[in-house]
Ligand binder design. Structure first.
Ligand SMILES: [Zn+2]
Length: 294
């Protein structure tokens, strides 16, 4: 197994990156993504070929290859159709968490509808797996300054933590003024928000928590940004990706606008080898263990 504490980044020797980072997967299929929501009707989801289970099994194998345990934020929609996958995630020693019921953006829901989304997805995942679900990640990081009420609801639904803020500027999401590291977003401190990682460079925030940015950036530049978080901030990083990001064979959504397709498909064929380097060069673990959430 490759060492998790020593590796080579861009030709330089990386010294003792012993600080473990949090690895996470948002378990959804290629047709659930917000970028395609205008061209794929929810009513059509049931008819589209599903790829999520096979892709997740590849990810479980990948994590096994490097001895990595991670947090899987699973959509209720996926858990209902693939209960065996949910159980394999838990049996593999990974943390099971919620990505909501059906990938509905939080900022498009009323507080009442969001409470039932958050509570129902938690109950469904727990019923399927027998595990306690402590974490929630909002679809498309859709908690921003217009719907900060959502944190009270996540706590009310029984979660211990949220990882729903991407503290950057982005056209679909982001809360650029949010803290870069874990904070208590509710008045009674009963919930912790664990934001996706950014590196602070020359007073600006550079996304370095995964997703499309990871596929777009050269590996060495990404790894250096992560090292910067360790060296200057002395904080673990939170990385995320999706099962469809390692699936070069997924059906192409040709009717989607060019820019959305470009963002979705960029460098997908190189994602697995890039991920392997990331898993080898840094130490990784589940969010609940990294942040001591029992
Ligand atoms: Zn998602």
């Amino acid at each position: 197994m490759p060492s998790a504490t020593h590796g080579s980044v861009g030709g330089e020797r990386v010294s003792a990156l012993a600080l473990p980072n949090a690895m996470s997967v948002d378990v959804e299929d290629y047709f659930h993504v917000s970028g395609f929501s205008e061209v794929i009707d929810r009513d059509d989801w049931e008819r589209l070929p599903r790829r999520v289970e096979a892709n997740c099994d590849r990810i479980l194998q990948l994590f096994d290859d490097y001895g990595v345990r991670a947090t899987f934020f699973v959509l209720g929609w996926v858990a209902e159709r693939h209960p065996g996958l949910v159980r394999r995630i838990v049996d593999g020693g990974h943390e099971l968490a919620s990505h909501g019921c059906a990938h509905m953006r939080v900022d498009r829901q009323t507080p009442r509808a969001f409470l039932s989304d958050a509570a129902n997805s938690k109950k469904l995942l727990e019923d399927v797996s027998g595990a306690i679900v402590k974490g929630f990640r909002a679809p498309s990081f859709s908690i921003g300054k217009t719907n900060l009420w959502a944190f009270e609801i996540i706590a009310e639904a029984g979660y211990r933590y949220s990882s729903s803020i991407n503290p950057i500027r982005h056209d679909h999401y982001g809360l650029p003024d949010a803290p870069r590291f874990p904070f208590y977003p509710t008045s009674d401190n009963r919930l912790v928000e664990i934001p996706i990682t950014t590196a602070a460079i020359f007073g600006r925030r550079l996304p370095c928590g995964g997703g499309g940015f990871f596929r777009l950036m050269p590996y060495a530049a990404f790894a250096r940004a992560l090292q910067r978080v360790h060296r200057y901030d002395r904080e673990p990083a939170i990385f995320y990706f999706h099962p469809w990001e390692i699936d070069a064979g997924q059906p192409r959504i040709k009717k989607a606008p060019w820019a959305k397709r470009a963002r979705h498909y960029v460098n997908i064929s190189r994602m697995e080898s890039k991920l392997r380097r990331l898993l080898a060069d840094f130490a990784w673990d589940r969010l609940d263990r990294i942040f001591g959430i029992e």
